[in-house]
Design a protein around this ligand. Structure first.
Ligand code: ADP
Ligand code: MG
Length: 292
């Protein structure tokens, strides 16, 4: 559905935020996972036609996104990383205003749209409340409601779960999963569980490059036999880092547990790790750092 070929972006100060990004993104939820500074927001803004890449091409269905930004915008819903619009007017009035801006001219059409969106994101009961008084989770659900105005076929949400508590996050992700069944939804995040829980396909972005692409369960399978784990004393960590390819350290019940990457059994009390998406992610970041 969405095809990116060789997309690069260099900012005026010389920062190469995207380096030859090529991705083929099908219908459904797509996870774009990467640390701060990876280039996620740059990529999202570029797909959303808010900035033109230095090089490369982007197609969505039969739309040439760079040549025909207006056509893309007609079918785009976008929730930026810093939405930042929380005025002292009600959710209902704000959504009505945004629907008018998106070109829904008839007041009764707008009323129907606003009512169904508020119900869909579970904000109907608080529709008269000022946005300024909304919690983080309510704001993000409002952000999705505005992104859904006009039935977009491409929805981009940039780090939507940052700052949400677990219950709010869960509710928000369930909402996205429902939407994601019929359209393309790109979810950027630095939180591995966001992707593990609901994206059938994903990419890892780091240093402006696609480091890895595929289905989470396939990626986990291909990493599984290469990850080894054992608990260690905190004081031994430096020694372990020197002798092994340590991809992560986790505290579990007050103990330090290291995960290392090795093609064969490293001995020294290590056991084969079960292998999860966090191992895949940390192993990918570790090799990206080595290559840099
Ligand atoms: P992410 O969303 O993954 O954290 P960004 O796309 O925001 O990554 O940033 C990627 C890189 O581009 C970073 O090094 C960041 O400092 C830089 N960057 C982002 N926006 C600008 C800008 N407007 N001008 C210059 N550099 C920028
Ligand atoms: Mg960002």
């Amino acid at each position: 559905m969405l095809e990116l070929v060789g997309v690069s972006h260099v900012y005026a100060n010389g920062t190469r935020a995207l380096d030859e990004v090529s991705l083929s993104i099908p219908r459904g939820m797509y996870g774009l996972l990467g640390p701060n500074g990876a280039g996620k927001s740059t990529l999202m803004r570029t797909i959303a036609t808010l900035q033109t890449p230095t090089a490369g091409s982007i197609r969505f269905g039969d739309i040439d996104v760079i040549a025909q930004p207006d056509r893309l915008r007609q079918t785009l819903g976008y929730l930026p990383q810093d939405f930042g619009v929380y005025p002292r007017i009600s959710a209902e009035a704000m959504l009505d205003h945004m629907a008018a801006l998106k070109g829904i001219v008839s007041a009764s059409d707008r009323r129907d749209t606003v009512e169904s969106l508020l119900n869909q994101v579970n904000l109907w009961s608080v529709r008269k409340k000022a946005l300024a008084g909304f919690s983080g989770g309510m704001r993000q659900r409002f952000g999705i409601a505005q992104a859904l105005i006009g039935n977009p076929k491409l929805i981009i949400v940039d780090e939507p779960t940052a700052g949400l508590d677990p219950e709010e996050r869960n509710r928000f992700l369930n909402l996205l999963a429902e939407i994601g069944e019929t359209v393309v939804v790109i979810l950027s995040t630095h939180i591995v569980e966001d992707v593990a829980d609901l994206c059938p396909r994903m990419a890892v972005l780091a240093g402006g490059r696609v480091q890895l692409e595929g289905a989470p369960h396939e990626l986990i399978k291909s990493t599984r036999s290469r990850v080894w784990t054992r608990p260690i004393d905190r004081a031994e960590l430096a020694d372990f880092r020197a002798s092994f390819d340590v991809i992560s350290t986790r505290l579990m019940g007050g103990q330090t547990v290291v995960h290392v990457l090795s093609d064969c059994d490293p001995g020294k009390g290590f056991k084969a790790a079960e292998g999860d998406l966090e191992d895949v992610y940390f192993a990918t970041l570790a090799s990206a750092r080595r290559a840099a």
